[in-house]
Ligand binder design. Sequence first.
Ligand code: NAD
Ligand code: DAU
Length: 353
Amino acid sequence: MNTKKLLITGGAGFIGSNFVHHVMESFNDVNVIVIDKLTYAGNLKNLSKWKEDPRFQFFKVDIADKESLFETCGGLDFTDIVHFAAESHVDRSILGPEEFVRTNVFGTFYLLELAKERFKKFIFNRFLHVSTDEVYGTLGEDGFFTETTSYAPNSPYSATKAGSDHLVRSYFHTYGLPTITTNCSNNYGPFHFPEKLIPLMILNCFQGKPLPVYGKGDNIRDWLYVKDHCSAIFTALEKGIPGETYVVGTRNEKTNLDIVNRICELMDEKHPEGAPHKNLIQYVKDRAGHDFRYAIDPSKIETELGWKPKYNFESALEETVDWFLTNQVWWKDILSGDYQNYYNQQYQELKQK
Ligand code: NAD
Ligand code: DAU
């Protein structure tokens, strides 16, 4: 079998770094080149395990800077692109959408241009675009997102991801670039950046800080363990049909309050200092334009590509709590850096009732 040579964008972030671990640990015949701008969300420590491995290379690159993207990557040897790099946090997109347009739309466009050049001259297998179920907007009490759901993005974040999905689609139809798009639900697991719901609640319990629940806490998300997501992406890369999209999820709908309560129970057991942690819950101002419910029907990737998740929600959530309790240096470094200043100045205002 020929060696797969993956150019992975955003590989120093949450899902990207889990994907690097997944491929490096599972396959000897895969080489990995990570490009990442190392924004506040990118962390080279997520990848430190591989820094001496001859199969691994890293380059600090801003995908929205066309010149430096082409200069760095033009001469690199890769057969596929797996595109994770993005501004990913909805609340930040409400506070400042511009960087989202820059990275998510222009960055994806320049990367598609890079792939198109590559595809003309060399072996190029797949451009796999990692996207989100938020492009479909919100569901009511019933129904599921599938590959045929109409696009209806509601936040600046999801609008820029929708724009990037459309660009990817157009490069398949117009230029024949072998693209695949995956749209998944909310991930959780190791290396999750502490501004997102699950890690934020774990770390605030640990530190005895308030647990800010938006609105009434009845919004629903469909939780996907990041390791299952990584195996789905690899399956789509290997078996997916060019031009197709695949939605990814594991049928784990929970209200935000269910999630926060379960984390409080796990923390009562594992970090009894401060128990009962439920006393820390504070209901705060709702997110502007807050989507009510996301839920995925993953039948297509299951039946057409044979993908099966391995983890169940209860044990994977517990594993996640344990990961944060074991890897305190990782998150304490983040909390003591610039992120915390930003968080204090910007988010607190957003969360005032
Ligand atoms: P993340 O914010 O943890 O990581 C994003 C990574 O992209 C970081 O390493 C960052 O440094 C890098 N990056 C940002 N701007 C860049 C630029 N201009 N050039 C190069 N690198 C840049 O995000 P994540 O949660 O790991 O999400 C990864 C992808 O998956 C995103 O495309 C996101 O939209 C999508 N997604 C995420 C989720 C989720 O639940 N986290 C769910 C669905 C889809
Ligand atoms: O659905 C996929 C999306 O999931 C991805 O595309 C995004 O990149 C990812 O960030 C995530 O978006 P969400 O907005 O759903 O995730 P977040 O963790 O920010 O919020 C999850 C839910 O919890 C949401 O309903 C808002 C709520 N929430 C969030 C925070 C940070 C709170 O109630 N309190 C909080 O402090």
